[in-house]
Write a protein that binds this ligand. Structure first.
Ligand SMILES: [Zn+2]
Ligand SMILES: [Zn+2]
Length: 138
């Protein structure tokens, strides 16, 4: 059995694949999420800080829900988060549309590139260090 400390309340709980918090914190968080979701239906123009204060949920937590694409906002909502790559303001997810396209492309390039180059570059400094250690001993 895999037992871990809950990230929120620090209590031990049975770890089930990928979960960072215990079932009771998970349930409380889900409750908060539903609260924010229905709050947004009534206050579509509320700012991040106002949503946070009115619901007692941290801005970081709200941002996380946005990054997980669980919360969505209308066109006239002032809520936005930064693209993790270029800091452009976005409404949902982690990257803006153009960064998503660039990232998809560069990921393809990485796969295409031959992987031989990297290990030799990494090995060289280690060999230098070993030689220096050898000289120190003399
Ligand atoms: Zn907990
Ligand atoms: Zn971007």
């Amino acid at each position: 059995m895999d037992v871990r400390n809950c990230r929120k309340c620090r209590k031990l709980f049975n770890y089930i694949g990928g979960q960072q918090i215990c079932p009771s914190c998970q349930a409380a968080l889900e409750e908060e999420f539903q609260k924010v979701k229905s709050y947004l239906r009534e206050h579509p123009k509320a700012t991040m800080v106002v949503i946070s204060e009115d619901n007692g949920v941290s801005v970081a937590q709200i941002k996380q829900w946005i990054r997980e694409e669980r919360l969505s906002f209308t066109e006239d909502s002032p809520v936005a988060i930064e693209c993790e790559n270029c800091n452009a303001m976005i409404r949902t997810g982690r990257y803006c549309k153009s960064c998503k396209a660039i990232l998809a492309n560069s990921m393809n390039e990485v796969i295409k590139k031959p992987r031989k180059e990297l290990p030799t570059q990494e090995r060289r400094p280690i060999r230098e260090k070993e030689r220096m250690r050898f000289l120190d001993k003399q």
